[in-house]
Ligand binder design. Structure first.
Ligand code: SF4
Ligand code: SF4
Length: 115
């Protein structure tokens, strides 16, 4: 447990220091930005959950419609990773810290300005 916590802290520390970290360093008002997940890239490994300070993400079984929209190779990849993918049920809580974007090992997250 302590080891897991230390691992999460190290991921956050690395992401915070990343030179390509996008966003507004947690200074954006709620619902100004939202992360978008590329389900063809996501491998469900939860780094986004580990680093997000606002509990924006969950990893769960990919929706049927999202799976059906993937190409053949992406479907194979998703199956190889247990049909898991990231979703953003709490996207409204995003404050654009940018940590998830640089922490994702698959470059599956884009932070988009909404307004
Ligand atoms: S979006 Fe990236 S960090 Fe999050 S579960 Fe998918 S691959 Fe992992
Ligand atoms: S930028 Fe990513 S990590 Fe930061 S609050 Fe938004 S969803 Fe969470």
């Amino acid at each position: 447990m302590a080891k897991q916590k230390a691992g999460r802290l190290e991921k956050k520390r690395r992401a915070a220091a990343h030179p390509d970290r996008p966003g507004e360093r947690c200074a954006a008002p709620a619902a100004t930005y939202a992360p978008a997940i590329d389900h063809a890239r996501c491998e469900g490994k939860r780094d986004c959950i580990d680093v997000c300070p606002n509990d924006v993400f969950e990893v769960r079984r990919i929706d049927e419609a999202d799976y059906d929209a993937l190409g053949r190779m992406a479907r194979l990849k998703v199956r190889a990773h247990g049909m898991l993918s990231a979703y953003t049920p709490n996207a409204d809580d995003c404050r654009a810290c940018g940590l998830c974007v640089v922490a994702c090992p698959e470059q599956a997250i884009v932070l988009t300005r909404l307004r």
